[in-house]
Ligand binder design. Structure first.
Ligand code: OGA
Ligand code: ZN
Ligand code: ZN
Length: 370
C-alpha cells in the first residue's frame, strides 16, 4: 500500500480506531465510547508524520476537528489496515471457502492429516498443526487416543467446549434395540452433516472409535465445499437455488422436537460458501410454491449427485483409539453397513469451531513469540 493510500482513510473509520487510553481501555483494548459519542462534522485537522507512539514505535498523530482530540496511530498498523483507495480488500473470516483447501479423495490419499495422541498432547507444534488441519482441510485424525469411556470429551476439551444436546454430553454410536436415529443401527449411512435440524448447528463433531470388529462399518468423508464449488461451476442457477431456498430439517423422538429452516448451501455477503447442510434422513417436507419446489428438487438432485460421487469420498477405517475431529459445517461423513457379527462402538460428541479457532490463534501467537 502506498503512503497516499494510507494517508487519507475515511475520518470516521480513523477516529473509531483511535488507540488512546480515553478511547480504549488499556487493560483489555475494549472500546470506551459509542459511535454516537463522536462529534458531528468530524474532520482530520492537523497531521504530524513521524510522531512516535506511546511505546516508541513510528507513528502518525492526528488532531481532530472540532473537539481537539489527539490520536497517534502506529505506522505499521495503518499500513496493514487502512482502507485502500480502490476499496477495501475482503479478507476471509476463516470460515468460508476463501480460507480453505478444497480436496477430493485423490488429493489426500497417503497424506491424511493425522497425529498421535501422545505427540498432540506433548508437543504444541503438533497441536497447532492438527487444529490447523481441521481449519484448512476440515478434519484431522488423532491416533492412539486411549479407547476409554468418555475420552472423547477429554479430546474436545483440549481445544474447546463440549456442546451438550438432547443426545447428552456424548452419544453412543452402536446398535440399539429401539434406535431414535438410523446411526444407531447397522445400516449404511450415506454422506451427511449432523444435526441440520439444530440452529445453531454444532460446527464440530468428534467420533472416537472404541471398538470396530464388525465386517463393514468403514468411514467416509466428503468435502462439501468442494462439491458446492463444482455445482456452481457446472450449474450456477442450481447453486443459486440451493443458497436461497430455506429447507426444513426435523428431528423428533419421545422427548424432543427440533426443527430448523436453512438453505443447503449458506453463503456469506460476498457469495462465498460458508456452510453446508445435507442429510437425507432428516430433511423435512418442503413448503414452497410449486415452481420453487420444482427448481429446488432439480438442484437438490444435482448437488446430491456430486456429493455422492465416489471420487469425492475419502474412504478409511476407524480402529480402536482413532478419534476423528471434523468441521460439521463443511464435511459430510458416512459409514458403510456392517454385519451382524462383531461389535462396533464409537462415542461421538459435538463442539464448536469458534473455540478451536481461538485455541489455534493462541498457539500461533505463542509460537510467534518463542
Ligand atoms: C453419526 C454417524 C458414523 C459412523 O453417528 O452421526 O454418522 O461411523 N456415525 O457410525
Ligand atoms: Zn482517542
Ligand atoms: Zn453422522
Amino acid at each position: 500500500m502506498t503512503a497516499t493510500e494510507t494517508s487519507r482513510p475515511p475520518a470516521l473509520w480513523l477516529r473509531d480506531n483511535c488507540p488512546c487510553a480515553d478511547c480504549r481501555d488499556p487493560r483489555n483494548g475494549q472500546k470506551l465510547f459509542q459511535i454516537t459519542d463522536l462529534p458531528e462534522g468530524l474532520a482530520v485537522g492537523e497531521v504530524r508524520e513521524d510522531m512516535p507512539t506511546a511505546d516508541g514505535r513510528p507513528g502518525r498523530e492526528v488532531v481532530w476537528e472540532p473537539d481537539g482530540h489527539r490520536s497517534v496511530y502506529p505506522a505499521d498498523w495503518l499500513a496493514a489496515h487502512a482502507p485502500g483507495a480502490g476499496g477495501p480488500p475482503h479478507p476471509g473470516d476463516g470460515r468460508t471457502e476463501a480460507d480453505k483447501e478444497l480436496w477430493t479423495a485423490a488429493d489426500l490419499r497417503g497424506r491424511l492429516p493425522e497425529a498421535s495422541w501422545d505427540a498432540y498432547i506433548g508437543d504444541r507444534r503438533v497441536r497447532e498443526g492438527t487444529l490447523e488441519s481441521v481449519s484448512r482441510l476440515g478434519f484431522a485424525l488423532l491416533r492412539g487416543v486411549p479407547p476409554r469411556d468418555r475420552m472423547v470429551l477429554d479430546v474436545a476439551r483440549t481445544f474447546g467446549f463440549v456442546r451438550e444436546t438432547n443426545y447428552g454430553e456424548l452419544f453412543e454410536v452402536r446398535v440399539e434395540a429401539d434406535p431414535n436415529n438410523l446411526a444407531f443401527t447397522r445400516a449404511r449411512i450415506t454422506p451427511h452433516t449432523d444435526n441440520p435440524y439444530r440452529d445453531p448447528v454444532p460446527t464440530l463433531q468428534l467420533l472416537h472409535c472404541l471398538n470396530n470388529e464388525a465386517r463393514g462399518g468403514d468411514s467416509g468423508l466428503v468435502d462439501g465445499f468442494h462439491a458446492a464449488a463444482l455445482l456452481r461451476a457446472q450449474d450456477p442457477d442450481a447453486f443459486a437455488v440451493l443458497t436461497r431456498v430455506p429447507v426444513e430439517f426435523a428431528f423428533a423422538d419421545a422427548r424432543t422436537e427440533l426443527r430448523a429452516h436453512r438453505p443447503l448451501i449458506d453463503v456469506d455477503g460476498l457469495g462465498r460458501v460458508r456452510e453446508i447442510r445435507f442429510n437425507n434422513r432428516s430433511i423435512g417436507t418442503l413448503h414452497q410454491p410449486a415452481p420453487v419446489v420444482e427448481e429446488f428438487y432439480a438442484a437438490y438432485r444435482r448437488f446430491a449427485e456430486l456429493l455422492l460421487r465416489p471420487a469425492l469420498q475419502l474412504d478409511f477405517r476407524l480402529t480402536p483409539g482413532d478419534c476423528l475431529v471434523f468441521d460439521n459445517t463443511r464435511l459430510l461423513h458416512a459409514r458403510t453397513a456392517f454385519a451382524e457379527s462383531g461389535a462396533r462402538h464409537l462415542q461421538g460428541a459435538y463442539a464448536d469451531l469458534d473455540g478451536l479457532l481461538s485455541t489455534l490463534a493462541v498457539l500461533r501467537r505463542e509460537g510467534n513469540r518463542s
